[in-house]
Design a protein around this ligand. Structure first.
Ligand code: ZN
Length: 156
């Protein structure tokens, strides 16, 4: 754990995360994005260990990452009926790896597709675009929890 890291302190104060926690094991946490919600189903995967990015994975984390990203992407597609899920990890605002899973809905405005997704993120953050519906987000969290309880993204 790094003393000045916001993600490490979050991971160590899980009461704060409880409402948006979807799945965890000893090494990983899967969360829904906090309010304001850029999209229903915008998730974050972060290792509990303080590492900046994938370059610092140990072998087990590298392997887990492949299985988890596959399972989470597929489950998001099934639950939200989206044709694809974007994955982005910058590690820039906070230097603790956190991977964004971004459901690409059929009806999304064309200016928000591909790299345009950053414009949507900024617009929701500064409230010039509405947050996704809180009830929808809540229902998605419950459904994903149920699915990953039954079939975890990885078995360990
Ligand atoms: Zn950290």
């Amino acid at each position: 754990m790094a003393d000045d890291c916001k993600i490490c302190s979050q991971n160590n104060n899980q009461a704060e995360l409880a409402s948006r926690l979807i799945w965890q094991n000893d090494e990983w946490l899967l969360l829904h994005h906090r309010e304001p919600y850029p999209l229903n189903g915008w998730l974050l995967l972060q290792p509990k260990r303080h590492i900046q990015g994938v370059a610092y994975f140990n072998d087990r984390e590298a392997s887990d990452y492949g299985f988890i990203t596959k399972a989470v992407s597929k489950t998001l597609q099934d639950v939200l009926h989206v044709p694809k899920v974007y994955l982005i990890a910058f590690g820039e605002s906070i230097a603790h790896m956190h991977l964004h899973f971004i459901p690409r809905f059929e009806q999304m405005a064309s200016q928000y597709l591909g790299f345009g997704i950053a414009d949507l993120y900024r617009s929701v953050s500064d409230r010039s675009e509405e947050s996704a519906n809180a009830n929808d987000v809540h229902n998605t969290i419950l459904e994903l929890r149920k699915r990953f309880e039954k079939t975890p993204p990885i078995n360990n």
